[in-house]
Design a protein around this ligand. Sequence first.
Ligand code: PEP
Length: 247
Amino acid sequence: MRKPFIAANWKMNKTISETQEFIRKFIPEVKDSSDVTIAIAPPFTSLPAAAAMIKDTGIILAAQNLFYEEKGAYTGEISPLMLVDIGCTYVIIGHSERRQYFHETDDTVNKKIKAAKKAGLGVIFCMGESLEEREAGKTFEILQRETEKGLEGVDPESIVIAYEPIWAIGTGKTATTEQAQEAHAYIREKLRVSYGNKADELCIIYGGSITPDNVDSIMACRDVDGALVGGASLKFESFSRIVNFRR
Ligand code: PEP
């Protein structure tokens, strides 16, 4: 039985005081949500404040990125060990915005996943097709490539896969339940090739314009084990409703 995993990706939003205000209001809303794993990924600058507030709540602190080297002359970068040091236990890797705006490739993603795991971090590994790729009938080809290359040489322990069709991110356009289920089932089949029956234990979560209004139907899909939430995770009311989804 896979425990649902719901993560907030705040992207480049919220100052330290806004982070503290959110978490102060959010904690009481989720005190009875022990049947769901909840993660929050604030920007780097808010990680220490968030770490202090969520200590002992069971909420996971995640970072939105890392660099794959342990230390050295990499101006502006943050290493896996620095994230562990600050209290992170997960990190988001392979988000389409990182691939699109910062030119991260499958190879970079694979290096980052390996570095994160070496440091003991769990990984929320994002993948998904663009609109052009979907319309050209290439969705499965993309998912196969991203799964194989991203996870090459990686053991599946503490890996959460996030299927995020790029055309659904921040657009208000959610995948239909059929599209989500089909993609998740396909990814699980691919995982089975590398990981055998362990593929059935891995959480595959959906991301792309999740809101309080659509979370229940998406979460009802057999192979959807959670959600990665951008815009709707910025307000504590909507994110609270999402983590308290009803199946
Ligand atoms: C995301 O960026 O991971 C995401 C799913 O964003 P949104 O929920 O805003 O579509």
